[in-house]
Design a protein around this ligand. Structure first.
Ligand SMILES: [Zn+2]
Length: 137
């Protein structure tokens, strides 16, 4: 069965060459959780280890749902978003306005949860805005 990357649409495979700087390595299939397992107190990398969850219940209600991507889109693109200094300044201002900033850390990670939800909102609104203005080719 042929599968395609959920972002770029390339044909992905589960043969060898994962993560090598080759066409096969770059098109290797890799699975990504929509919501990081660590946010919910689960860890796939360290089985059995329970983390303190950031969210007691996921605000997005996706359970452990995943999507498949090519190596390029998963490991290079989705894991390394570019934030320029002005992006960070603007986001920090939003964090302050939403009262998700914190002068001192406490054991409560509720403000971090707020920042995570806010970053998702920023991304979602950006995509929505661009979809309205970008022409379909
Ligand atoms: Zn891709």
């Amino acid at each position: 069965m042929t599968k395609n990357c959920a972002v770029c649409g390339c044909r992905i495979h589960r043969g060898g060459e994962y993560a090598t700087p080759t066409v096969d390595g770059r098109s290797h299939a890799t699975r990504h959780h929509y919501v990081a397992e660590r946010f919910l107190g689960r860890s796939r990398n360290r089985r059995g280890e329970q983390r303190e969850p950031i969210f007691q219940e996921s605000p997005w209600h996706l359970g452990g749902q995943t999507e498949e991507f090519c190596y390029d889109c998963h490991e290079e693109l989705l894991h390394n978003p570019v934030f320029l200094p002005e992006d960070i300044r603007g986001f920090a201002e939003l964090v302050e306005r939403r009262k998700w900033s914190e002068a001192e850390k406490t054991t409560d990670r509720g403000k971090l949860a707020g920042r995570i939800e806010l970053l998702h909102e920023v991304l979602s609104l950006g995509i929505e805005k661009l979809l309205k203005t970008e022409r379909r080719k």
